[in-house]
Design a protein around this ligand. Sequence first.
Ligand code: AMP
Ligand code: GLY
Length: 438
Amino acid sequence: MGTNYASLPLNLYNFDLMNILLLGSGGREHAIAWKLSQSKNLPQLFIAPGNAGTSDHGTNIPIDINDFASVSHAVRQHHIELVIIGPEAPLVNGLADRLALDFPSLPVVGPRASGAQLEGSKSFSKDFMARHQIPTAKYHEFTKTTMDEGIGFLQQQQLPIVLKADGLAAGKGVLICQSHEEAISEFREMLSGKFGEAGSTVVIEEFLDGIEFSVFVLTDGMDYKILPVAKDYKRIGEGDTGLNTGGMGSISPVPFVTPALMQRVESEIIQPTIRGIQEDDLEYCGFIFFGLINVAGNPMVIEYNCRLGDPETQSVLARLNNDLIELCLSACSGTLSKQMISISEKTVATIVVVAGGYPGPYEKGKVIKGLDAFDEGIIFHAGTRKAGDQTVTNGGRVLAVTSFGETVEEAVDKSRDRAGAVTFEGAYFRKDIGFDLV
Ligand code: AMP
Ligand code: GLY
C-alpha cells in the first residue's frame, strides 16, 4: 500500500488555507474545482492546465501535465499540499508514482501506475476480473503471433463481436462489429498498428446486451465510499445513434438502479474489486469508475476507469453534500472508514454542448455568448479558454450545462433551455438526454 499519511500531524494539512493542485482541463475538472471551492478548508486552488471556467475558482497554470517534471516543479513552486489527478493518461503513465518519489508525504488522489492498469490495460483488467470472480463478458486475448488463431476464434463467435485494443486509445479502442468479415478485417488492422502500441494485444469479448450505468467510488485501497450513481449518453445523435463521443450528457440518480441492484453491485462487484486491489498489491488511492451494464437484472462490468467520468462528474458532484477536500484527505490518510457520504435527493441532468463537427474534425476559437449567471444550476466549462475579455471554444466538448430538478424531466428541461441560450458558431447538443429514463 502507499505511504500512510495517518501518522502525519493534522496541521501539516494547513486547514485554514490549503494549496491544492488539480490536473486536467475538461468539464470534469471544472466540476471538481467548483466543488473544491465550496470547501470549508478555504482552498487556494491551482489548475493545470484548466480552462476558462476553472479560472473562476483559482489560478490556471499552463503546463503539460504529461510532463512530470513540470508537474513536480509546480508542486514545489506553489507549496502544494494536495494533488488531484483528473485524467487517465498521466495516471497510467505513472504520475502518482513520480510524485510519491519527489514528495513522499504529499497527499495525491489518483492511483499509482500499478492500480491505473485497471484502465490502462484491458487485458490486465479482464484477467483481474477473472482472478477475483467479478462478473464481466467472456473474453480471449490475442497478439500478432496468435493472429491466425484469433481469426479462427472470431469465425466461431456469435454476432455482434466486441474487439478492444488493450491499451489507452483515447476512447476509440472499442469496436462492436456486426459481421464476421468486419470483425476479421478490424482485428487484422488493430494488430497491424491501427491504434499503435495500444492495439498490440486485442481482447475479443462477448457482447453484453443491457443498459449501462456508471458507479464511482473513492477508495484508500482498504475502505471505499460510494458516490451517487449516474448514466451517461455516449452517442452524438438523438436516440443514442451515430458516432461514439466522450459523453454528451449525464443523469443522476438513475431510476432503474434500485437499492436492490446497488446492493448486488456492492457485494458482487465493488467489494471483490477492493479485495482484489489488496490481494494483488495494487497501490490505489483515488477514484474507481465502474462502467457497468444491467444484463437481465444482473450487474456486470464493462470496464474500469481509474478516474472520475466526464460528464458524469458534473451530475455526481452536484448531488454530493460532503466536503470534497475532506474526503480526498481522508482517502490519502487511510481514514475513509470514518466518513459518511451524504447525497442530495434531487435529480441532476447535465447536457454537453459541443463544437460543430465533433466527434470528427471541428474548429476552435469561436466566441461563446450567453454565459451569464444561471440560477437553476451551473454551466461547467470543458473546451474553453479566455481570449482577452471574451471566452472562446477550445475543444470538441465545449460546455456542460448542469441543472437540478425534482424529476428527470424537470432537470433536463432546465439544462436544455439553458444550453439553448448559450451560443457560438456550430454549437450542437442533444435534446433527448434522459429519454430512456422517463
Ligand atoms: P469501453 O471503452 O470498454 O467502455 O467500451 C466503450 C463502450 O463500448 C461501452 O461503454 C459500451 O457501450 C460498449 N461495450 C464495450 N464492451 C462491450 C460488451 N462486451 N458488450 C456490449 N457493449 C460493450
Ligand atoms: N463518460 C465516460 C468517461 O468519462 O469515460
